[in-house]
Design a protein around this ligand. Structure first.
Ligand SMILES: [Zn+2]
Length: 80
């Protein structure tokens, strides 16, 4: 479990399970490999390679690599 402060000042946390902060994102190739490696009797879905967090206030997206203990990319909505 972790928490971080978004650049907008909102505190983000994954303490609640389930929560509305973490997104489970897989590439199509990763998802296909997961499906191919499972049988119909048991379904084992590994955690995705990256932890994706979304701020519910400003909608920034953070791509976290906890193996290295840090955010590696931040995406923000573009103003029109
Ligand atoms: Zn935010």
């Amino acid at each position: 479990m972790a928490r971080m402060t978004c650049k907008c000042g909102e505190i983000l946390s994954n303490v609640l399970v389930p929560n509305d902060v973490q997104l489970r994102v897989y590439t199509d190739e990763e998802w296909d490999a997961i499906i191919q490696s499972n049988s119909m009797d048991s379904l084992a879905i590994p955690f995705p390679k990256y932890d994706i967090w979304r701020c519910y206030k400003c909608e920034r997206i953070y791509v976290c690599d906890w193996e290295y203990g840090k955010v590696i990319k931040t995406f923000i909505l573009e103003e029109d």
